[in-house]
Ligand binder design. Structure first.
Ligand SMILES: [Zn+2]
Length: 127
């Protein structure tokens, strides 16, 4: 383990704080999305309706991004608790501390991450 205990504790606290902010944002955005959708229903104007619908989708898309980040934070927090933080979940090698500094939520080494992104792109290309 290349990461110092106090660095891990600091990361843990930072991630927990970030998760709290994100959870707040998600609930606000979901409420906004519901409100915007509601506005659309109340209006007889089709322009208003489609505007409200796109606003609502935008809120949902933002909430979705936050939820993805929350999931990444949760995965990182459980890796820290399990003592596996900093080890690639795919191939088991230690992730370089430079990479972890740049991307504290990285659960895989650069090689595995790149392989995963390439195979995802190929999957999309096939669709
Ligand atoms: Zn790896």
């Amino acid at each position: 383990m290349t990461i110092k205990h106090e660095d891990l504790q600091a990361l843990l606290r930072a991630l927990e704080a970030r998760a709290r902010v994100l959870r707040g944002e998600v609930s606000v955005k979901l409420a906004q999305a519901a409100d915007d959708a509601e506005d659309g229903h109340g209006s007889s104007d089709t322009g208003d309706k489609s505007f409200a619908a796109s606003e609502s989708l935008l809120d949902l898309a933002e909430a979705g991004r936050d939820i993805n980040e929350l999931a990444a934070i949760d995965a990182t927090l459980s890796a820290i608790e399990a003592g596996t933080y900093g080890v690639c979940q795919q191939c088991g090698i230690e992730i370089s501390s430079e990479r972890l500094m740049a991307q504290p939520l990285a659960l895989r080494c650069t090689d595995c991450q790149t392989r995963d992104e390439v195979s995802r792109r190929e999957h999309h290309a096939r669709l």
